[in-house]
Design a protein around this ligand. Structure first.
Ligand SMILES: C[S@@+](CC[C@H](N)C(=O)[O-])C[C@H]1O[C@@H](n2cnc3c(N)ncnc32)[C@H](O)[C@@H]1O
Length: 270
């Protein structure tokens, strides 16, 4: 047996990762871990921690090891079939919440684990706004994770498989998406190797998905409805041009908390 302090000292992981793994293993808070450095770990605990440590050192996101990720203050199940929700995507939820009205309809394309859809429905409900939300993804495995999260948060939405608009009929007051937007061969992809390529990569300039969504959105958005898309921090100008060419007005790009262009939105005037 060794103590928490000894395992931590020899783990070669940073403090936060150590704490998250210990917290998960011992099912207690970080403050309990901090207050019990001499607590002894039994052999089975050490074996489990060593296994997680190896995966972490090999580059696997801590969220996949823990099987969960916090987004918008809520916990979501994740595995390697879905993108780990990022804090910058909370801007998409914020803008959607600001632009939608009670009783309206929203379509989310590429929902992954469902974090955006669930956070948005919960946030709107807490402000007394009820919306009907439809969420889709091309990945059946992602839809299974999304379904688990919907059940866990007791949220009712329409959820089905669709390759962007292939199975979508009708029109909506708002379409939102955080589509894949990294270009083929981008060196940052090396560090993202555990996450599904379908959630990350989109053609030679990273804009294939965004072009397709903008092109077909105009036929699925009601008059005065909004299209709101997350994109890469260097894609704002190009994405704005695509919105304007497709007939959207009031086009603007909003910055994330790091001060980088992150989400573009526009209004449809048919
Ligand atoms: C960047 S991830 C976003 C996931 C989640 N909405 C979030 O913000 O954390 C993009 C999502 O789009 C989905 N996707 C990729 N290609 C698609 C397509 N052709 N049609 C529908 N969804 C697609 C991926 O499976 C993935 O879940």
């Amino acid at each position: 047996m060794i103590s928490i302090r000894e395992w931590r000292a020899n783990s070669s992981l940073d403090r936060l990762d150590c704490d998250l793994l210990l917290k998960h293993l011992l099912n207690c808070s970080r403050s309990v871990i901090a207050a019990s450095p001499e607590k002894l770990l039994v052999e089975a605990d050490i074996a489990q921690l060593e296994n997680w440590k190896k995966r972490r050192i090999a580059g696997e996101p801590i969220a996949y090891i823990l099987g969960k990720k916090e987004f918008w203050g809520l916990n979501f199940f994740v595995d390697d079939n879905v993108l780990v929700p990022r804090p910058e995507t909370e801007l998409l939820v914020e803008l959607a919440e600001r632009c939608i009205r009670d009783g309206q309809s929203i379509l989310e394309l590429g929902t992954g684990c469902g974090a955006v859809a669930i956070a948005l429905v919960q946030e709107l409900a807490s402000k007394g706004k009820n919306v009907s939300l439809t969420a889709t993804d091309v990945s059946p495995e992602a839809l299974k994770i999304c379904k688990r999260n919907l059940e866990n948060h007791n949220i009712k939405i329409r959820l089905f498989e669709s390759n962007w608009f292939s199975n979508i009929s009708g029109s909506f007051d708002m379409i939102i998406s955080n589509p894949p937007y990294i270009e083929n061969g981008n060196p940052h992809l090396l560090a993202l190797g555990s996450e599904p390529a379908v959630a990350l990569v989109s053609g030679d300039d990273g804009l294939d998905a965004i072009r397709e969504i903008i092109k077909y959105s105009s036929t699925h958005i009601k008059n005065d409805g909004y299209l709101i898309l997350e994109h890469g921090c260097e894609q704002g100008t190009k994405v704005q041009r695509l919105f304007k060419r497709a007939g959207f007005s009031n086009v603007s790009t909003e910055k994330d908390l790091g001060g980088r262009d992150r989400v573009t939105l526009g209004k449809m005037d048919h």
